[in-house]
Design a binder for this molecule. Structure first.
Ligand code: A2P
Length: 273
């Protein structure tokens, strides 16, 4: 059985999901989602900004897997936060996805006006349109501000994390608050060289696994949700074949200390989109 994590409101999330950032809408997304669900994935992570929600919905329907058996996440985009139209944007996402609820809805970035957006999301949550609400790219100081005006602790904080940028301090803090961490760019993102790192290669070889499988395993054993992206059927299958081996404490430490510590994406205190 694949591992799950129980969120702070009692619902469960499969710990491994398919990410679809930079997966092209149309056939590429439909295929990736369908292949993932056929392989056994039960968790898909998209966003309005990825411009592929319609194709995600189509892939889910074509897979034949029941809607209630899939954990579906999407995200509220920054412009909708700034324009104060969280509620409208949410229903537009539902329309594109072709579903009447999402499992997890996240504020994509702490854009100006996110506090109002959070209140709108609380309403949608209370109306049972969303099974859990959370945030993405929130630093500790954003979450401390949120706590000052809301009694609802976010179920999740989706942040950049990989062996090249472990982000461990924020992960530890989130966890102490009961906030589940989800790792984006878990394999180091596009154009990165993490998958060719010699330390990763050595650990992978010792376990007879690929570098991608080894890194996914590192995330799983750290207790974070991990959502690797691929558009290739073989890789989508390979990335799910990670439940039959375990990294040692030494392996974990080696992968956490590659000596890189560099972000691939933007700092949540300094983004311009
Ligand atoms: P592709 O979609 O062409 O397979 P992240 O999830 O960190 O954002 O980055 C995933 C990147 O790693 C993508 O560019 C993806 O490319 C590639 N990738 C995903 N899975 C594998 C794998 N098993 N082996 C090699 N590359 C992979």
């Amino acid at each position: 059985d694949q591992p799950t994590i129980t969120l702070n409101n009692g619902i469960t999330i499969p710990q491994l999901g398919l990410g679809v950032f930079r997966t092209q809408k149309g056939q590429e997304t439909v295929d990736a989602v369908r292949w993932a669900l056929e392989t056994g994935y039960r968790h898909i992570d998209t966003a309005k900004a990825y411009d592929n929600e319609e194709s995600v919905g189509q892939g889910m329907r074509e897979s034949g897997v029941k809607r209630r058996d899939v954990f579906l996440t999407t995200k509220l985009w920054n412009q909708d936060v700034r324009d104060g139209r969280a509620r409208e944007a949410f229903f537009e996402s539902l329309d594109r996805l072709g579903t009447d609820y999402v499992d997890l809805y996240l504020i994509h970035w702490p854009a100006d006006g996110w506090q109002k957006a959070w209140e709108a999301m609380e309403e949608l949550y209370n109306e049972r349109r969303i099974r859990a609400i959370g945030v993405s790219n929130f630093h500790r100081h954003h979450l401390e501000e949120l706590r000052s005006f809301s009694d609802l602790t976010p179920a999740a904080d989706q942040i950049e994390s990989s062996p090249q940028f472990p982000n461990q301090e924020l992960i530890d803090w989130d966890r102490a608050q009961g906030i589940t961490v989800e790792a984006w760019s878990p394999l180091g993102g596009t154009g990165g060289d993490l998958l060719h790192n010699p330390v990763v290669a050595r650990v992978a070889e010792e376990h007879g696994k690929s570098p991608a499988q080894t890194i996914i395993r590192w995330h799983l054993q750290r207790g974070v949700v991990v959502i690797p992206k691929s558009t290739h059927e073989e890789r989508i299958r390979q990335n799910f074949d990670v439940f039959d081996f375990a990294l040692t404490d030494d392996d974990m430490a080696a992968l956490s200390n590659l000596g890189i510590n560099r972000r691939h994406g933007s700092d949540p205190d300094n983004f311009n989109f």
